[in-house]
Design a protein around this ligand. Structure first.
Ligand code: CP
Ligand code: NVA
Length: 306
């Protein structure tokens, strides 16, 4: 059966743990310079409608390290730009590639790619979800804390794609998550209720509130993302005002647990959602988190078709 990773709803909680442990194990092997060829002779397409530094570079590197090759296709170079339907494009890619990594505007595009291509589709970010990011994030928490179950992650900011995937990832792994979002910018009911359903069987607690200071009490992880996501430039002026208090700074770090770590999926806007001081400070694991994008990609690729 072809398995895709459209969102973290496509996998079970056991499979989430399995992907994290594969990522961890393969990271150790790569650090020891052991050759890995679980994807030998495979070809992976990479369709990108939006810019990317980390996801693109880390997936390309991950694909090479597993013995496969990558074909990077910015959508602006494809007939998609002239209006060729996604479903026709998907059928072509299904014939050329063994798997497709796709970063797109609309979640519906991910669904159509999966429906018509017949190959695994890995969602590399859309308006609703960023599943490989959340896998990378929890791999980083696991390395920093040794375990995930029972830890509290506080997410500060927009109830966006990154927040949605973190809710599902925390639910799968028994982590507790409090999202502090301004009214009107809460995560979608769909993602929250799916995450709560998963949480029922793992014992994780999930909540969304507006009070950022209260949300940060007892946090083991303080996490934030940009206030203005790709494709939202028209909302920038309004969001900059609404989100002004939703910043990870040294005062907020003091409210969290003493050993709390600071995380950001990047790219970051210093002085907006996070300060320079926290990013570069001793509690930041942001650069390790960025590096782990590659090991999360490796874990996902190996799990889906290694
Ligand atoms: N975190 C992340 O997805 O970064 P890029 O946009 O650079 O890929
Ligand atoms: N929420 C951000 C994440 C970037 C990695 C965006 O969609 O632009």
């Amino acid at each position: 059966m072809t398995r895709s990773l459209k969102t973290l709803m496509d996998i079970t909680s056991d499979e989430m743990t399995e992907i994290l442990s594969r990522a961890k194990e393969l990271k150790a092997r790569i650090k020891r310079r052991e050759p890995i060829d679980s994807l030998k002779n495979r070809v992976v397409g990479m369709l990108f409608e939006k810019p990317s530094t980390r996801t693109r570079a880390s997936f390309e590197s991950a694909i090479s390290r597993l013995g496969a090759s990558a074909v990077y296709m910015p959508s602006s170079d494809l007939q998609l730009k002239r209006g060729e339907p996604v479903k026709d494009t998907a059928r072509m890619f299904g014939g050329y590639f063994d798997c497709l990594v796709a970063r797109v505007y609309k979640h519906k595009t991910i669904q159509e790619l999966a429906e018509y291509s017949g190959i695994p589709i890995i969602n590399a970010l859309c308006d609703l979800a960023h599943p490989t990011q959340a896998i990378c994030d929890l791999l980083t928490v696991l390395e920093a804390k040794g375990d995930l179950k029972g830890l509290k992650l506080t997410y500060v900011g927009d109830g966006n794609n990154v927040c949605h995937s973190l809710l599902l990832a925390c639910a799968h792994t028994g982590m507790n998550m409090t999202a502090a979002c301004p009214n009107g910018f809460f995560p979608s009911d769909d993602f929250l209720s799916s995450a709560k359903e998963i949480a029922n069987s793992t014992g994780s607690t999930l909540e969304v509130i507006s009070d950022v200071r209260k949300a940060s009490e007892d946090a083991d992880v303080l996490y934030t993302d940009t206030w203005v996501s790709m494709g939202e430039d028209d909302q920038k002026a309004e969001k900059m005002k609404i989100f002004a208090g939703y910043q990870i700074n040294s005062d907020l770090m003091k409210i969290a647990n003493k050993e709390a770590i600071a995380m950001h999926c990047l790219p970051a806007y210093r002085g907006c959602e996070i300060t320079e001081e926290v990013m570069e400070g001793p509690q930041s694991v942001i650069w390790q988190q960025g590096e782990n994008k590659m090991y999360a990609a490796i874990g996902v690729l190996d799990f889906l078709f290694g």
